[in-house]
Design a binder for this molecule. Structure first.
Ligand SMILES: Nc1ncnc2c1ncn2[C@@H]1O[C@H](COP(=O)(O)OP(=O)(O)O)[C@@H](O)[C@H]1O
Ligand SMILES: [Mg+2]
Length: 360
């Protein structure tokens, strides 16, 4: 199958400061790809290079089977939505939506039809005669999305479109963007630093750090089997717990030794042969079971420091050795600060990382 968008050996540098490091990525038609990473890792630079707004140092960008590396943005068959959506303040919503189409000299009938379709899709029909100042923040952002949609192209690029909105609106528009994608079935590349947006929207997430993709996989795979320590620590709230130690191999199954802890690793599926040496054990708050003895799991004993109720669940922070670890509990929590606890670790769900940080 032909990719909707392909980036081939892309490199972008400012002088000797390399922002994107020899990157290749293929995005399938209808795919929702999220570029996720901390601020400054190169997400916007990559998106802008795909859009044609950014000069590339070397490599190629292909859209719908065509090398567009040297095409103008308007000729690339893309629609783009930015974080700061500068609407034309003196124009009505209708004029804002149709502006690009008028510049491109489409027929009046075609422009009207497209504006009507887009307005219906984004529930802007009743607002077409208003000016931006007469709209709420969410409505304005819907107009900004609409300006990209009226182009009726196959590929849409979003750069942090929700990050200027308050939390409630952000959640609502996130769901709307997902519905929109399900209805339109086009290709979307969506940049965000927000892991919740990435996990909820993406078919696949590309996690970036310093211009390099760390892992490219489905949200479930990235959450369950992070490829390295960076990905493991970046995804998940509260963050994954980490214990430093080493893997040793006795006569039987390998074991993990860390700060007085001995954990049998026979339940862990190693990606490669289990090697002896320094390692980091990572496990999420929900990988701990409150009553370790009853469940027959290896125990990480501790003392409750803080309980954080979160509505449907609660996070219990407890002190073990010289570290603070977190455990997620569903339902009501009767634990108090100072209580002793002996949670068990479900090693089958945990992650192990080698000395270089990559998953074992
Ligand atoms: N015009 C420029 N000159 C030099 N460095 C730049 C320029 N634009 C961006 N950068 C650098 O490129 C890196 C990536 O920026 P950007 O793609 O905006 O990151 P993100 O969108 O992930 O926050 C940053 O380190 C930034 O400082
Ligand atoms: Mg950015």
């Amino acid at each position: 199958m032909q990719s909707a968008v392909s980036v081939k050996d892309l490199k972008i540098a400012y002088g000797d400061h390399t922002v994107i490091e020899k990157m290749s990525i293929d995005i399938a038609p209808r795919e929702f790809l999220v570029l996720l990473g901390p601020s400054g890792c190169g997400k916007s630079t990559l998106l802008n290079a795909i859009a044609g707004l950014q000069d590339i140092t070397s490599g190629e960008v292909w859209i719908s089977g065509k090398n567009v590396s040297w095409e103008e943005p308007k000729d690339r068959g893309i629609g783009m939505v930015f974080q700061s959506y500068a609407l034309y303040p003196r124009m009505s919503v209708r004029k804002n939506l149709s502006f690009g189409l008028r510049v491109a000299r489409l027929s009046k009938a075609e422009i009207e039809a497209r504006v009507a379709r887009t307005a219906a899709l984004l529930q802007l029909d009743k607002l077409l005669d208003r000016r931006p100042a007469e709209l709420s923040g969410g409505q304005r952002q819907r107009v900004a999305i609409g300006r990209a949609l009226v182009r009726e192209v196959d590929v849409f690029l979003f750069d942090e479109p929700l990050s200027n909105l308050d939390a409630k609106l952000r959640n609502e528009l996130r769901v709307e963007i997902k519905k929109l994608h399900q209805r339109l079935g086009n290709t979307m590349i969506y940049v965000t630093h927000d892991q919740v947006e990435a996990l909820t929207l993406a078919d696949r997430i590309a996690i970036m750090r310093d211009g390099v993709i760390q892992q490219l996989a489905s949200p479930a795979e990235i959450y369950r089997r992070p490829a390295n320590l960076f990905v493991a620590g970046f995804i998940g709230a509260p963050a994954m717990n980490f214990i430093e130690g080493r893997i040793e191999r006795g006569d039987g199954a390998p074991i993990f030794l860390g700060n007085g802890l001995t954990i049998d690793l026979s339940g862990y599926s190693f990606g490669a042969a289990a090697a002896e040496g320094p390692a980091t054990l990572g496990f999420r708050p929900e990988h701990l079971v409150l009553d370790g003895a009853a469940s027959g799991l290896p125990i990480i004993p501790g003392r409750v420091a803080v309980v954080e109720p979160m509505g449907s669940d609660a996070v219990v922070w407890f002190d073990w050795a010289d570290q603070s670890l977190s455990l997620r509990l569903m339902g009501d929590v009767t634990l108090e600060p100072g209580d002793t606890m002996a949670p068990g670790l479900d090693i089958a769900k945990a992650s192990l990382f080698g000395a270089d940080g990559s998953r074992l």
